[in-house]
Ligand binder design. Sequence first.
Ligand code: SAH
Ligand code: DHB
Ligand code: MG
Length: 222
Amino acid sequence: MPERAWTEVDEYVSGLLAPHDEALAAALRESEAAGLPAIQVSPPQGKLLYLLARSIGARAILEFGTLGGYSTIWLARALPEGGRLVTLEANPGNAEVAAANIERAGLAGVVDLRVGPALDLLPGLDAEGAGPFDLTFIDADKASTPEYFTWALDHSHPGSLIVSDNVVRFGELANPASDDPTIPAQRRLHEMLAADPRVEATTIQTVGIKGHDGFNVALVIG
Ligand code: SAH
Ligand code: DHB
Ligand code: MG
């Protein structure tokens, strides 16, 4: 459970700096009504994704794990005219909710939502010559984060960013004997990042309405 102060600070910051307009509010409302789990990024995190995409002038974005499209909307709003976002979602029910939320946000012409397990969809993207992507947001099944990262890196260019969510997991990242089945994958991601001269990266711990977690940001340099 998040501590009261963490939630209050997230609410304070969101109210001033990441307020919901009708499309974001509706995306959460409809996601909840459809019974989707409330595991989307927090409003300040959504704003950070938007700012990162804006700051690098991202024109091509890839997302692993759409859920109801909340992070998708934040990211897609950072795109300039002619920009595109591809988002991959395994659960057809989630994808249906997301498609309606994206449409309501006026982003149906910008967002390419594909339904299926991401690892099954990637060969199709390859065949279409998709990428390179300027920014990739990895937020699907956590055990596959290293595989998604490897694919994203192979479809990046120097200057691309790859952001991976949920890498800290209540501090379990630092516990090699963790019971959390996703932790070996998060530790493998960190070992890959440390060893790969094509990237420079860091992980930032977060507290907030989703408790204690964190995200990794990797900059492709070569
Ligand atoms: N990025 C969203 C939250 C994603 S939650 C947001 O912040 O708004 C994780 C999502 O990944 C869920 O919708 C889940 O169905 C999806 N998922 C799980 N396994 C997957 C896989 N193998 N391929 C693609 N998506 C997957
Ligand atoms: C879970 C998934 C997420 O993407 C997240 O940010 C938090 C929790 C989960 O599957 O529990
Ligand atoms: Mg997440």
